[in-house]
Ligand binder design. Structure first.
Ligand SMILES: C[S@@+](CC[C@H](N)C(=O)[O-])C[C@H]1O[C@@H](n2cnc3c(N)ncnc32)[C@H](O)[C@@H]1O
Ligand code: SF4
Length: 462
């Protein structure tokens, strides 16, 4: 547990718990513009064949869910009938074909990631077919990541076995909480099978298992969430994520139902985070990036120890598994060296455009050289909790002063963060303190030249 006084913490929360980007990308997705069109995307794909990292990754978005959870901040829609699912899966295959015309096939595949929505909610044979299709076009790196996000509420033993047979080697299970009252208020079904049995089944087949949890929901207390985390530890997952509930009712109106049911306050949320962190560290898990915990043998922890941790919209990865990410499906975001491109959010429009052999881009962002420098700086800080100026200068082949000049580097602002105990500041580096860890987004924001009065649209750190 941390050693700081309640007053000290309250003062920090008052000062720093304000809307701020999550920096899962830089610039954040709200900077994407509809002035970025399909031709810009094709240009960025061509450049991605020769510039930046060479590996190829695919993100595949399956938007459907059996029931929608009130807290959901993801791009999810209700389940559709079999005809629509079949049409959507055919559209994904067609979109892949369109993309494959532009991508250099001599590059190696590092990652396939299915997110959503709930990719596990549709017949799994579709996912196996798409995996086989992608894998037939590329050689892979050793041990590529073939990952899927699953809602365990609808999966029996046969369904889990189908997921194993579809070639997945990483499974992320959305447990969220073991407390049935918390789940019920959030309109969410608990796991159909006991979670420890599911983890065991997946482990026996050699898969890596991650469990997702959320803190900050109605009926959760520091004690109840600690009990949930204890139970999670007893399931022996390889990785575990404790997401801070992002309350953004202007994005999802259903969140107002949770507001009515009563959300825990900032101090209670901080206590939940501290308790979970303490229990997980005590059980031998290592904190990685924001809210992620892994076993010490995990390649993410080894990458963190060596300053090689990266992240994309799909989560954390290492330099080994980093690739240019090509997104497939409605709302999917491609993350390329020079640009981000997002597909249309409208399901019908997505399918119709792809059926007409058109890439379904509706907005995106082309990064300037300066923004690519800030992206590297913010990513290094957010992932590794430390920003070593020499290291970033070597990576970008630019002088340290030049790197700093392209960010919003301001010694007065940084000194203020240091005086508050959020960071340790030296001429060589910026290091997050243990106390400051929940406020890493605030430190990143202090280096962000684009953040000028747009903050009110974001969620708060706690
Ligand atoms: C696409 S969902 C995972 C797959 C599946 N749909 C499920 O719910 O189990 C990704 C994760 O985002 C997290 N999440 C969703 N809404 C959130 C919010 N408003 N704030 C923080 N985390 C959220 C949940 O923990 C969820 O497991
Ligand atoms: S949290 Fe998962 S299951 Fe629930 S609505 Fe969102 S994407 Fe669907």
């Amino acid at each position: 547990m941390y050693t700081y006084s309640k007053d000290q913490l309250e003062a920090l929360i008052t000062k720093y718990n304000r809307p701020i980007p999550r920096y899962t990308s830089y610039p954040p997705a709200n900077f994407f513009s509809d002035r970025f069109v399909t031709e810009d995307y094709i240009q960025a794909i061509k450049e991605s064949n020769t510039e930046g990292v060479s590996n190829v990754s695919f993100y595949i978005h399956i938007p459907f869910c059996n029931h929608l959870c009130h807290y959901c901040g993801c791009n999810s829609i209700g389940m559709r009938n079999e005809t629509v699912i079949a049409r959507y899966m055919k559209a994904l295959n067609s979109e892949l074909t369109l993309l494959l015309k532009q991508i250099d096939h001599n590059r190696k595949l590092a990652q396939i990631h299915y997110g959503g929505g709930s990719p596990s909610s549709i017949p799994i044979h579709y996912l196996k077919e798409l995996n086989d299709q992608i894998l037939s076009h590329f050689e892979t790196i050793d041990y590529p990541e073939i990952a899927i996000e699953c809602h365990p509420g609808y999966l029996d033993e046969k369904a889990w076995k189908d997921i194993i047979d579809a070639g997945f080697n990483r499974v992320s299970i959305g447990v969220q909480d073991f407390d049935l009252k918390v789940l019920k208020t959030a309109n969410r079904r608990p796991s159909l099978l006991p979670v420890d049995k599911v983890v065991e089944l997946l482990h026996q087949a050699g898969l890596t298992v991650n469990l997702d949890f959320i803190y900050g929901l109605p009926h959760q207390t520091a004690e109840s969430f600690a009990e949930t985390i204890q139970k999670a530890i007893s399931c022996k997952p390889d990785r575990l994520v404790t997401f801070s509930y992002a309350h953004v009712p202007w994005v999802n109106k259903q969140m107002l139902i949770l507001e009515k049911a009563g959300l825990p306050n900032k101090e209670e949320k901080q206590q939940m985070y501290d308790n979970a962190n303490g229990l997980l560290v005590q059980a031998g898990y290592k904190p990685v990036g924001m809210d992620h915990f892994v076993k010490p043998v995990d390649e993410l922890y080894l990458a963190l120890s060596e300053g090689r941790l990266h992240r994309n919209f799909q989560g954390y990865c290492t330099r080994r598994t980093t690739g240019q990410v090509y997104g497939l499906g409605t709302t999917a975001i491609s993350q390329l060296d020079n640009a981000y491109a997002q597909n249309t959010k409208n399901l019908d429009k997505y399918m119709t455009l792809v059926e007409e052999d058109k890439l379904p881009i509706f907005k995106g962002y082309r990064l300037s050289k300066q923004e690519k420098v800030t992206r590297e700086v913010i990513e290094m800080l957010m992932c590794n909790n430390t920003l070593d100026w020499q290291e970033v200068s070597l990576l970008l082949k630019q002088h340290i002063d030049e790197v700093k000049k392209q960010t919003a580097y301001d010694l007065v602002k940084l000194q203020d963060l240091a005086n508050d105990g959020i960071i340790k500041l030296s001429p060589e580096r910026i290091e997050m303190t243990q106390l400051g860890h929940p406020f890493v987004r605030n430190v990143a924001a202090s280096l962000d030249p684009l953040l000028n009065g747009t903050e009110e649209n974001y969620s708060k750190p706690l």
